[in-house]
Design a binder for this molecule. Structure first.
Ligand code: PMP
Length: 342
């Protein structure tokens, strides 16, 4: 049994981080390279973003921008909002979040459950459009007395939280043997902070970015050109511009994965490994498994971030009708016991 949790904690914020590293055994399809999942979905708010919520709030308190009784505003794909709302609940701040309309209804409901106000904005607008979720959050923060923008795409507290926690955890959990780290970038906080720490311990560790097809980050990394992307269904990853919090200098390679492959891998992780995770985890694992097969090296040590919990997507990746409507399920509908009884 792990030494963790043997003694009580002062509050829920203390249990964030030190997530388990679990070997993936079946989705690797026989590759001899060990692949491990970093179980960020086991954070109390159900995602990797739990690490940055309290850190960003503390930075705003320290700079004097956020005062007692104040309001935290943020544009979020959901998970940062959940992390901020959790910290805000404990510290007594009000929360207002803007969210693009493609995000799952589960995440909207979760944010409201924590007492946050949620404003839904259109997904298909350019990054500088006033209705864009980040632009909208900015204008709300400006207009609301006592409000401050958490600003995850610019806050140095975001990558710093990963440099301080995720990186050292992986180094210790792998006993310094980690050779490849796979993550995606929404803000880039995870890959930048973790990558910086791992490179500081061993410059040979390969930091591998994974992008949904349609995002502009991977094409920009690989060609230097800022192409216009197209909408995609995976949530929380990819971007239509390079965020301030993403340092591409720490990244060694950037690959893309399709929506269909991402969601099908999320389902395989759940059904074959018992790891109930969302589409962005599927996307990252898909690329990590590809690399594991290419390497076929028992001495390598590949880590993929399992970003968030599958329950956020029960109406999407885990709903066969939604998968079929979007062309992500290749097999015809399986006959169920209910069909036989009908
Ligand atoms: N996956 C999911 C589901 C997310 O919500 C996020 C963050 N928006 C990420 C991955 C990417 O993390 P980061 O912002 O640290 O790049």
């Amino acid at each position: 049994m792990s030494e963790r949790h043997r003694t009580p904690y002062a509050d829920v914020l203390e249990i964030m981080g030190w997530t388990p590293l679990v070997r993936l055994n079946r989705v690797t399809d026989g590759a001899r390279t060990p692949v491990y999942g970093k179980c960020e979905f086991m954070n109390p708010g159900g995602s990797v973003k739990d690490r940055i919520g309290p850190a960003m709030i503390e930075a705003l308190e320290a700079s004097g921008e956020l005062k007692p009784g104040g309001t935290v505003v943020e544009g979020t794909s959901g998970n940062t909002g959940i992390a901020l709302a959790m910290a805000a609940a404990i510290k007594g701040y009000r929360c207002i979040f803007t969210m693009p309309d493609k995000m799952s209804s589960e995440k909207v409901k979760l944010l409201r459950a924590f007492g946050a106000e949620v404003i839904i904005t259109p997904t298909a607008v350019p990054p500088d459009h006033p209705d864009n979720y980040v632009m909208k959050a900015k204008s709300i923060a400006k207009k609301t007395p006592g409000a401050v923008l958490a600003n995850q795409f610019y806050s140095a507290a975001n990558p710093a939280a990963h440099e301080r926690s995720t990186g050292p955890e992986l180094w210790e959990q792998s006993a310094g043997r980690i050779t490849h780290f796979f993550a995606g970038a929404g803000t880039g906080g995870t890959i930048t902070g973790t990558g910086r720490y791992l490179k500081s311990r061993n410059a040979e560790v390969q930091i591998c970015g994974v992008d949904p097809e349609g995002s502009m980050i991977a094409p920009f990394f690989n060609t230097g050109e800022a192409v216009e992307g197209h909408p995609y269904k995976v949530e929380g990853l990819g971007n239509d511009k390079i965020p301030d919090t993403l340092d591409l200098d720490v990244v060694d390679e950037y690959v893309t994965v399709s929506d269909g492959d991402s969601f099908r891998m999320a389902r395989r992780l759940t059904r074959e490994e018992g790891l109930f995770v969302g589409g962005s985890s599927g996307l990252i694992v898909q690329a990590a498994v590809r690399k594991a097969q290419e390497l076929d090296d028992p001495d390598a040590f590949v880590v993929a971030v399992l970003c968030d919990w599958g329950e956020h997507y029960l109406t999407k990746a885990f709903d066969d009708d939604w998968m079929r409507e979007n062309g992500f399920l290749e097999r015809p509908r399986r006959r169920t016991v209910a069909d036989l009884l009908a």
